[in-house]
Design a protein around this ligand. Structure first.
Ligand code: MV4
Length: 461
């Protein structure tokens, strides 16, 4: 039985894990950097240990210090949250060799899925649709050109260790290919210390739709529906929702089965996400698998009435899934807006500082996941997300109207946030009609008059 968990993360997700543990009667150990002493998760955990200076490389990424804290405090398991050590196979191996349970899949699965070309190859072999492209990594420019010609332009060059759009370049013709190939490799080498790349046909204007899955250690795998994450800015998601307004029941069923198949084919365990691109004609393609809990997991929780963090812990504890696919019923719609300490008027520049007033919204169908409070100082060392606002209801219309209302109620003064920007999106006809693709934000910013939009549109400025 798991009786104490170390939370190897910070911010809202650390608090989210504390809350799940408390409801399960499991003790928590927070680890924190010198910059996070005042964070709510440190105050609310049963125990807390400072593991180093503010810089992530000196604290939240220091595997040895985290394992030491776990051993000193005698914890049974570590929850990594998202980011930081959550997808580092080496860290999972360290946990495994110290007999500390890692709340997530095995190191082997994390390593294999972390290589995107290998993940795609595995999916393809399991009969899951993938984007037409190269068979794995392409070493030389000469060979790459041949493959690009056979795929047909435009071609997308992607890093096997990629993420956040780094090391990803489009080539529109063979003349441009050589340069883009070299640039992609150099970018990937710089960002990930791994210059390996693979090729895919470039899908124009896709939707980004991902399926949440849960898999226990007894061979049971279910999916909990999809999330539509098409509203992104420079590969940073801003708004996520479930179900996707684009999917028909037929397509949902096909993609859900493919997601389960993908998970089964690699012997996946714990919570994971299968990411697909969906083109304008409704063709879907597996692009990658995330082996962690994701930021946007609450929209799935609200439409399926499950607690994904608790399910992760139960799976790690060796328990069987408590529901079958038939028992997962979706009859609600949920939307999440990420609340970032950024100034939309200054190209979304981060603006850390002290939160003066903090008055979160409430009422029917409203959930706020955040670790901040009035007087909280946002440290400048980490990402700018300071919370998530989730609204839900019987249908999409209700969830959108509720989101508009809740954003309007949300008072965070002293810093700039993305609240007014998200509020404007809730009134945008393209978004409201469920027509947003991955090009949406760019087009929205162009179409909208940001000055009037952001100033006239919020309770405080
Ligand atoms: C693509 C694509 C078009 N064609 N792959 C961007 C991040 C990475 N996870 C996958 N990405 C894309 N892959 C092919 N073959 C377009 C994107 C893409 C994108 C995907 C999801 C959400 C937003 C995006 C924004 C730009 C490009």
């Amino acid at each position: 039985m798991i009786s104490k968990i170390l939370i190897a993360n910070r911010g809202e997700i650390a608090l989210r894990i504390v809350r799940a543990c408390r409801e399960l009667g499991i003790k928590t150990l927070a680890v924190y950097s010198e910059a996070d002493e005042q964070s709510l998760h440190v105050q609310l955990a049963d125990e807390a240990i400072c593991i180093g200076p503010a810089s992530p490389s000196e604290s939240y990424l220091k595997a040895d210090r985290i394992i030491s804290a776990a051993e000193i405090s005698d914890v049974d398991a570590i929850h990594p949250g998202y980011g930081f050590l959550s997808e580092k196979a080496e860290f999972v191996e360290q946990c495994e060799s110290c007999k500390i349970k890692f709340i997530g899949p095995s190191s082997e699965i994390i390593r294999n899925m972390g290589d995107k070309a290998l993940a795609i190859e595995t999916a393809r072999k399991a009969g899951i649709p993938t984007v037409p492209g190269s068979d794995g990594v392409i070493p030389t420019t000469e060979e790459a050109v041949k493959v690009a010609e056979s795929i047909g332009y435009p071609v997308l060059i992607k890093a096997v260790s990629g993420g956040g759009g780094k090391g990803m370049r489009v080539a529109h013709n063979s003349a441009a290919f050589h340069k883009e190939f070299e640039v992609a490799k150099a970018e990937a080498e710089k960002a990930f210390g791994d210059g390996d790349v693979y090729l895919e046909k470039f899908i124009n204007n896709p939707r980004h739709i991902e399926f949440q899955i849960l898999a226990d250690n007894h061979g049971n795998v279910v999916h909990l529906g999809e999330r539509d994450c098409s509203v992104q800015r420079r590969h940073q998601k801003l708004i996520e929702e479930a179900p996707s307004p684009f999917l028909t029941d037929e397509l949902r069923e096909k993609m859900g089965n493919a997601a389960i198949q993908a998970a089964k084919s690699v012997g996946y365990t714990n919570a994971g996400t299968i990411e697909f691109l969906v083109d304008e004609d409704g063709n879907f393609y597996f692009i990658e698998m995330n082996t962690r809990i994701q930021v946007e997991h609450p929209v799935t929780e609200e439409i399926t009435d499950t607690d994904l963090i608790k399910e992760q812990i139960r799976i790690t504890d060796g328990q069987k899934l408590r529901f079958t696919q038939d028992e997962i019923v979706i009859n609600r719609h949920a939307i999440e807006c990420r609340i970032n300490a950024e100034d939309p008027m200054r190209n979304f520049a981060p603006c850390p500082g002290t939160i003066d007033l903090y008055y979160p919204p409430g009422g029917h169908g409203v959930r706020v996941d955040s670790h901040v409070y009035g007087g909280y100082q946002i440290p400048p060392y980490y990402d700018s997300m300071i919370g998530k606002l989730i609204t839900y209801g019987r249908n999409r219309e209700i969830a959108m109207d509720r989101m508009y209302r809740a954003l309007g109620e949300f008072i965070i003064s002293g810093i700039k946030t993305t609240i007014p920007f998200s509020k404007a999106i809730m009134q945008d006809p393209v978004f409201r009609n469920g027509k947003a693709t991955t090009k949406f934000i760019e087009e929205f910013v162009e179409r909208a008059n940001m000055d009037t939009l952001l100033q006239s549109n919020h309770n405080i400025e």
